[in-house]
Design a binder for this molecule. Structure first.
Ligand code: MLT
Ligand code: MN
Ligand code: ZN
Length: 304
């Protein structure tokens, strides 16, 4: 059985974002937008619903772990069902929550070499953490599957994606293999699989082939349009510059998802500017009409 729990379904900043007055954030605060608040990007997976692998550590992790009782300590003075952490990139919304795990002990963290470099140079959170809880870092070879001790039934495959290293990265302008990965996770007993990719800048044919054959896709739902930050007057970057494809348009993520018949399809990592957050918007309706789900905090999926 593959259990998937969505801890945070929003992109960096969450929804509503502390300093944002976009239509969604201001409408939500004013109480005239039908929408759910969302914390920043993270999921967890488990084969038994007891021990969990955290995938990405969001700055909202403290609240996320508190809200869901499966992540509470079970026995002993110090305990956590989170037994390992895998990061898909070194972005702040996916890594800065590690700082809140510093009271733990010998945290096993799986990242690519490129991500490890960023998190020990431009943003040396792993070097810092080593002074608190000791990090056991496991470098991911992007050409091989990997397994995590205590999760004997789960197999993880890093899928190399084109994308951006974070703005602080020493190699932001010089992309490295492994700056961004997706994760293809299989439950060896049932054969059921998940592909999780909260940032898709492009989708190479090889990745599309893989996506078409999984049981569940949980993918980049960041922006509706390429110029959303500009048209909403909240930023100057286009979605491609941030490493995300828009949902709408002939070459958008929705058009691609429509081609796949097998997987359950879920959008995740949704930016606060995205009109799909408004449950009464045409865009929200359009997504649901295509049989595509919109992740929310606390969403649980079980693949059996
Ligand atoms: C992104 O994926 O581009 C982010 O959500 C940006 C951020 O974390 O600030
Ligand atoms: Mn992000
Ligand atoms: Zn906003």
């Amino acid at each position: 059985m593959l259990h998937i729990k969505v801890l945070g379904s929003a992109a960096g900043g969450g929804f509503p974002q502390w300093n944002c007055n976009c239509n969604n954030c201001s409408g939500f605060r004013a109480g005239n937008l039908k929408a759910k608040a969302r914390t920043q990007s993270s999921i967890a997976v488990s084969e038994d619903g007891i021990s969990w692998v955290l995938i990405n550590a969001s700055p909202d992790i403290r609240e996320q772990l508190h809200l869901h009782k499966e992540f509470h300590p079970r026995s002993g003075n110090r305990d956590s069902p989170i037994q390992a952490v895998v990061l898909v990139d070194a972005q702040i919304d996916h890594s800065s929550g590690l700082i809140n795990l510093r009271e733990g002990n010998r945290l096993p963290i799986y990242t690519t070499k490129a991500v490890y470099e960023d998190l020990t140079t431009g943003y040396p959170i792993l070097s810092m953490l080593d002074h608190y809880c000791k990090i056991d870092h496991y470098p991911l070879d992007v050409t091989s599957d990997f397994e995590i001790p205590n999760f004997a039934n789960l197999s993880f495959k890093p899928v190399v994606l084109h994308g951006k290293a974070p703005p602080y990265s020493p190699h932001r302008q010089n992309p490295q293999v492994g700056d961004n990965i997706g994760l293809f996770i299989t439950d060896k007993q049932s054969g059921k699989s998940l592909f999780y990719a909260p940032a898709l800048e492009t989708i190479p044919n090889k990745v599309q082939a893989l996506m078409s054959d999984v049981d569940c896709l949980m993918v980049d739902g960041t922006f509706w349009t390429e110029d959303e930050m500009l048209t909403q007057g909240v930023g100057s970057k286009r979605s491609a510059e941030m490493g995300h494809m828009p949902l709408s348009g002939d070459n958008g993520i929705l058009a691609m998802l429509e081609q796949f018949t097998k997987p359950r399809k879920v959008l995740i990592h949704i930016n606060n500017t995205n009109p799909i957050l408004n449950e009464e918007s045409p865009e929200h309706g359009k997504v649901l009409a295509k049989g595509i789900e919109i992740a929310f905090d606390g969403m649980e999926l079980t693949l059996t």
